[in-house]
Design a protein around this ligand. Structure first.
Ligand SMILES: NC(=O)C1=CN([C@@H]2O[C@H](COP(=O)(O)OP(=O)(O)OC[C@H]3O[C@@H](n4cnc5c(N)ncnc54)[C@H](OP(=O)(O)O)[C@@H]3O)[C@@H](O)[C@H]2O)[C@@H](O)CC1
Ligand SMILES: [K+]
Length: 619
């Protein structure tokens, strides 16, 4: 699934309208209808659970009122994203975990509710002929089957009254269309304009007039704290992709009041107050329980804190062809099995040749670990084997070798020289290069610490190793102090795997700046430096030097534990050794790492108790 910026979305809108001749009003109608369908589905869920209009439950429970739980969920197992076969239980679980669902009508994940009729005769309405069983007894009574527009029906309308907060732009127009469809479904709806309705223009003005002609009660926000107590839910149609900066004036007041109301808030396209590109949340920003994202997933919805403000995300098709994004060369993706296979060309089933042997699957050299942090090297080396490479050699300062014998019997150990106290030194680079000769990949950094002339050590390895290089941990901190742009160009790929702190040092900015726009920074850094960059953290970003960027959603907060990053280094190295290219190994490695973390959490029945070794065992 493509991820788009606001600017890219506008471009795709324009192409659809200008080149394909699809009227803007039709897109707005589709958008509003999709939003209404999702609200009706929500009403039905909570109607069945008997919670509509109930008192505020506080915290997450209140935000989630009527919607499946999402935030921080980590339900594991099964396939992720839209790639799994429609109807697969795994898809449903995975969608709940990642909090993003696609539109079945657009060929993505299955929809619940939806237009699927009543489960009876899906064909034409009519009278079913009488048939009889072997003894002549009638087995099928005559039945008149007529199906209606199920997605726009609810039996719980009487307990619902929705307030639509209407902004000045097309986002407000979407909200006005949704209001009409909700009313058509029998749900009471009121409109609250942020600005005088006369200031709406274009399609939004047409929708304003239609809503008025339909008799929908409307008011204009007059300042002060509006009273939302009488409503069962709020549709946030204040600001969309046309928003600039922090919400101002009436918009800010309405957002703050909606958040304080404790009512479930459904956002049209994006939560108002969110930067659609970066995931930054302005003050204030809607805290939605559900975001009905229109046409394409906006980048900011997958990056925190925006991902946290969006609640559950549903991406609904509105008539803009999905293929346009590819045709226009957009290259940011939500990382799913479909994207791994279709965009990156990864064989996610990891088939092995029937006549393969350990030499077929590559040999990893891991140069990692020192006296006080030998475990980091062990984790990386073991993870590379679990990722499926044929052989792994672990190079450590020689002093440590006797202590590590049989730490993992599957590993080969090698003496990298170093100091008598088990630390690294600059001359160890020569040993590492000798050991790397003929190896398929070299992973460096976990647990090496800092040492005298470590920059010379890194330069020698960077320039001398002919195989792909995975650089992590202290090797990244060393790199951040080097002018490596002047080093000899490497032919084989380099993958850097920084966490936000390491990224800040590499890019020469503050950590806060890294987190402000993770996707944008990763993309520009990878392009400028000619490396594949894995920017770790919640929803890890993988950027390749050719301008493609992938955002991962596997994993969970329990994986924020010492050594988890070392495992990732090993996994990526193990995949590179098997012949995957830089972007493939980085993206697939990050995806598998998160999946293994989810499995480990399930096995332990508690995400918080997962430790790095569990991730390796769950691979
Ligand atoms: N065919 C289409 O076009 C489709 C559009 N679609 C929908 O349209 C949405 C984009 O619509 P949009 O471009 O009209 O922008 P939108 O966010 O509604 O309003 C911007 C207005 O708000 C104002 N404003 C801005 N910043 C502000 C702030 N910080 N604080 C306060 N006010 C602020 C600013 O007014 P100004 O201040 O300039 O007078 C500006 O006019 C998109 O998200 C999707 O929902 C989809 O249905 C697909 C088809
Ligand atoms: K909105």
């Amino acid at each position: 699934m493509h991820l788009v910026t606001a600017e890219e979305m506008r471009r795709l809108d324009r192409i659809t309208i200008d080149r394909l001749g699809i009227p803007a009003a039709a897109l707005m109608k589709n958008a509003g209808r999709a939003i209404a369908e999702e609200i009706i589905a929500l009403c039905n869920r909570r109607g069945e659970a008997g919670t509509a209009g109930g008192p505020r439950q506080g915290g997450e429970a209140a935000r989630d009122n009527g919607a499946p739980r999402n935030a921080g969920a980590w339900a594991a197992g099964g396939a992720h994203g839209e790639a799994a076969a429609p109807g697969a239980g795994g898809t449903r679980r995975a969608a709940a975990r990642s909090g993003v669902r696609g539109d079945a009508a657009a060929g993505m994940a299955p929809r619940s509710g939806g237009n699927g009729g009543d489960g009876g005769d899906a064909g034409a309405a009519g009278i079913t002929p009488r048939s009889s069983g072997p003894g002549g007894a009638a087995v099928t009574p005559p039945k008149l089957v007529i199906s209606g527009d199920a997605a726009l029906m609810t039996e719980h309308a009487e307990s619902e009254h929705w307030l639509v907060l209407v902004g000045k732009g097309n986002n407000g127009g979407d909200g006005l269309v949704a209001a009409r469809y909700l009313r058509e479904a029998g749900i009471a709806v009121s409109l609250l304009y942020a600005v005088p309705p006369e200031s709406l223009t274009g399609e939004a003005a047409l929708q304003r007039d239609a809503a008025a002609a339909m008799g929908l009660p409307a008011a204009v926000h007059g300042g002060g704290g509006p009273d939302f107590a009488g409503y069962s839910g709020i549709l946030d149609a204040l600001l969309g992709t046309g928003a600039a900066g922090a919400p101002r004036g009436a918009y800010a007041e309405l957002i703050a009041a909606a958040n304080a109301s404790g009512k479930p808030v459904v956002s049209a396209d994006i939560p108002s107050g969110l930067d659609a590109d970066t995931g930054e949340t302005h003050e204030p920003c809607i805290q939605a329980s559900l975001t009905v994202c229109l046409a394409f997933l906006k980048r900011g919805l997958l990056q925190y804190p925006g991902a946290g403000a969006a609640g559950r995300i549903v991406v609904r098709s509105i008539g803009i062809p999905a293929g346009l994004a590819r045709e226009e060369g957009l290259s940011a993706y939500w990382l799913t099995p479909a994207v791994l296979e279709g965009v990156l060309g990864v064989d996610v089933s990891r088939r092995r040749a029937p006549d393969g042997h350990k030499g077929t699957y590559g040999h990893v050299l891991v140069a990692a670990g020192s006296l006080r942090m030998s475990g980091a090297g062990l984790l990386a080396a073991r993870a590379s084997l679990r990722a499926g490479c044929g052989l792994t050699t672990w190079a450590v300062p020689g002093k440590l070798l006797p202590l590590l014998v049989c730490a993992a019997p599957e590993l080969m150990l090698a003496d990298a020289g170093g100091e008598a106290d088990g630390t690294w030194n600059a001359s160890a680079a020569e040993e590492v290069l000798k050991l790397a000769d003929g190896r398929d990949v070299l992973a460096i950094g976990p647990g090496i610490g800092r040492f005298e002339d470590d920059k010379a050590w890194l330069k020698a390895i960077w320039e001398g190793a002919e195989c792909p290089l995975v650089v992590d941990a202290d090797a990244l901190n060393i790199l951040a102090e080097c002018d490596y742009g002047s080093w000899r160009q490497r032919r084989a790929p380099v993958i850097l795997t920084p966490h936000p702190g390491e990224m800040a040092r590499l890019a020469g900015v503050k950590t806060k700046e890294v987190q402000r726009d993770r996707t944008g920074l990763a993309l520009s850094f990878a392009r400028e430096r000619g490396v594949t960059l894995v920017l770790k953290g919640a929803h890890t970003v993988i950027a390749s030097p050719d301008g493609r960027v992938f955002v991962n959603t596997t994993g969970h907060p329990g994986m924020a534990t010492g050594g988890a990053g070392d495992c990732l280094t090993g996994i990526i190295a193990g995949l590179l050794a098997q012949g995957l290219d830089g972007a493939q190994a980085a993206a697939f490695g990050v995806y598998l790492h998160g999946l293994a973390g989810e499995r480990a959490a399930l096995l332990r029945d508690d995400p918080a108790s997962v430790i790095a070794s569990d991730i390796i065992e769950a691979l």
